[in-house]
Ligand binder design. Structure first.
Ligand SMILES: [Mg+2]
Length: 456
């Protein structure tokens, strides 16, 4: 049904909506948006086997990489800074059961808005001001992301604090090109001591604007350290173990990508024991399938992809600066996994080469920077952009699989018109409502291969 009239009555609007399908989702918008919600039709769930497979579109954090720990740490850090409760003794921290479903997989704005609403009582205006100024100075003088710098400047202006970064001491330091975090702390203190500054916080929206700057400052500070090769130090500092990679591929990712790109051929057979191991690691269950049967099926699949490699896209609500560092670190760790696969040296070298750059693995790389903060998941936009970049037209959306670990991500996939939506939840997203998913694979990507033959 195509609408000829630009303006229609409520009854007609209803009719149009009706023609869009049987299942809809309601998406709540951030506080400053009109209207406060949108109603969006969802693609019909498909049943396997698919007619064919042309593309796979997948989320980054929690689906391809383990980054949620970092995001959650940075969100908790934001509340700690804005409340002055830096230690566990003064505030126990974010509640896994209640809070995790609300702070994973959505847009940063929604995560921050949720936490600031829930923990409003902890916040103190002195600590909000101090942490805001420090975060703003860090972003402007140490941070590397130009979009963040622009947003921070806008925010300072909004709160009447534009002058703080024109501070003489700062200008002298930036001339010598060597601003350190210690110096920024000291400048923040002197600014607060010398100036009569108050923040006029009249709505949750204003708290959120500040919270976002503090969250990103912490997240980017850690990413910068990882980028500088100090990932081990920060792992030890935050999680007490330097061997724990803060960012690494989720189980099955390296095998999955190599398979669908057609790089494994008959050597898939050598990898199956490792794939089963990764399935068991992800699902916490012993693999119960028939190994001969699985081997035959995956061999057929692997030969098929050798002739028909598919297109792949990353679709993430992270901004481009973050996604690039995360993916660079992911492939770095992935390269070390390849020797485990028991491959011929030729294939091993080939994969090592391919995993030297994440751009070899993905045909499209769509981040929050390609859209607007207000149109991130669960909205369809990032997925729609990815499908367009991959050259997948609507008539073959039924030959696309989308992978997501979160509630809003699975909704975004279906809202983009993809009926084969696979949820790959993990511990932190176990409380999410994954009703939008066509299938839920607790065993992640390995389960999609071992138990479902990739729905083909
Ligand atoms: Mg995710």
């Amino acid at each position: 049904m195509i609408n000829q009239n630009k303006f229609i009555s409520k009854i007609e609007a209803n009719k149009f909506l009706n023609s869009q399908g049987d299942e809809f989702t309601i998406i709540n918008n951030p506080d400053y948006i009109h209207p406060s919600f949108e109603i969006v039709p969802l693609a019909l769930k498909l049943s396997p086997p698919l007619k064919g497979l042309r593309a796979v579109v997948m989320d980054m954090d929690g689906t391809i990489t383990t980054t949620e720990k970092l995001c959650i740490h940075s969100l908790e850090f934001m509340i700690r800074k804005m409340s002055g409760k830096l230690e566990k003794d003064s505030w126990i921290g974010i509640d896994e059961k209640i809070d995790f479903p609300n702070i994973i997989g959505n847009s940063t704005t929604k995560h921050v808005e949720y936490l600031l609403t829930r923990y409003t009582k902890l916040l103190s205006s002195d600590d909000i001001l101090k942490s805001f100024i420090y975060a703003a100075l860090w972003t402007l003088y140490i941070g590397k992301d130009e979009n963040r710098k622009a947003e921070v400047k806008l925010n300072l202006a909004n709160f009447g604090l534009s002058n703080i970064h024109k501070n003489e001491r700062l200008l002298r330091l930036t001339d010598s090109n060597s601003v350190t975090e210690t110096e920024l702390h000291s400048i923040t203190d002197s600014l607060l001591g010398g100036l009569e500054m108050t923040l006029n916080l009249s709505s949750i929206n204003e708290y959120v604007r500040i919270g976002i700057d503090i969250y990103y400052q912490r997240y980017h500070e850690i990413l910068k350290r990882i980028e500088d090769g100090k990932g081990n130090d920060i792992s030890r500092e935050l999680f007490g173990n330097s061997e724990n990679h803060l960012i690494e591929p989720m189980p099955g990712v390296v095998i999955f990508l190599s398979l669908v790109k057609g790089w494994l051929g008959e050597e898939i057979i050598n990898i199956i024991p490792q794939l089963i191991k990764e399935y068991e690691l992800k699902s916490n269950q012993i693999f119960a399938g028939n190994i001969d049967e699985v081997t035959n099926k995956l061999l057929t699949l692997s030969k098929y992809f050798q002739i028909n490699p598919i297109k792949t896209a990353i679709v993430t609500s992270s901004i481009s600066y973050e996604a690039k560092i995360v993916m660079a670190e992911m492939v770095k760790v992935a390269r070390n996994e390849i020797p485990k696969y028991n491959l011929s040296s030729e294939t091993e070298n080939f994969l090592h080469n391919k995993f030297s750059n994440y751009k070899n693995l993905f045909d499209a790389f769509v981040t929050a920077s390609d859209s607007s903060e207000i149109r991130l998941k669960p909205h369809r936009d990032l997925y729609s952009i990815a499908l367009h970049q991959l050259g997948i037209s609507k008539n073959i959306f039924d030959q696309v699989i989308g992978f997501e670990d979160s509630e809003s991500g699975t909704i975004a996939i279906r809202a983009a018109g993809i009926g084969m939506c696979i949820a790959v939840p993990f511990a932190e997203t176990s409380g999410h409502n994954l009703d939008a998913a066509t299938f839920i694979c607790e065993g992640g990507l390995p389960e999609a291969l071992l138990n479902y033959n990739l729905f083909l």
